[in-house]
Write a protein that binds this ligand. Structure first.
Ligand SMILES: [Zn+2]
Length: 169
């Protein structure tokens, strides 16, 4: 499969996981550690809308970046960052970049996963059926405003939802 074997230093490798390819830890990662820089191109919402029509997968892989922009990780390691309803990582935005930070300790060989809903603002209408396998799987990935109140509270406490997404709720 294209992308398999791609590495991020000695930290991550792209490997087959539960649903296609994913990011697997090559070493133990401590809670709070910066895991990787999510590289990509900053594109407009209109560009992402174009992806939806041509290539749904590429649209799904884009990370919300601000009110009007997304980060398109095509060809980079971020394109393999999968969703989970029980994430072990969160997205943090810097001035011109996104970063993955560990929410809890991650074992060597464990998949690094974040919750896509934490990057979907109230104006994001996109949804995805979820088959993440977590005990608390919600069955559907929708915007942060549709998270169960207890989950949103927990994510707020752990700063797992970026400010610009919270501002839309
Ligand atoms: Zn799920």
């Amino acid at each position: 499969m294209a992308g398999a074997g791609m590495r991020y230093g000695g930290t991550l490798v792209v490997q087959p996981v539960r649903n296609g390819l994913g990011l697997v830890a090559l070493r133990p990662i401590a809670a709070g550690e910066v895991i990787c820089h999510v590289r990509g191109r900053i594109v407009t919402a209109a560009t992402v809308w174009g992806y939806w029509k041509r290539d749904r997968r590429r649209g799904e892989n884009c990370f919300r970046f601000d009110a009007d922009h997304y980060l398109d990780p095509e060809g980079e390691i971020g394109a393999y960052a999968n969703h989970s309803c029980n994430p072990n990582a969160r997205i943090v935005r810097g001035p011109r970049a996104l970063w993955l930070h560990a929410l809890r300790p991650i074992r060597r060989g464990e998949e690094v996963i974040h919750d896509y809903s934490t990057l979907l603002g109230a104006d994001d209408v996109w949804t995805m059926r979820c088959n993440c396998g977590a005990r608390q799987c919600r069955g559907v990935v929708a915007n942060a405003g549709r998270l169960p109140a207890s989950v949103l509270r927990d994510y707020r406490r752990r700063e797992a939802v970026p400010r610009f997404i919270l501002d839309t709720l």
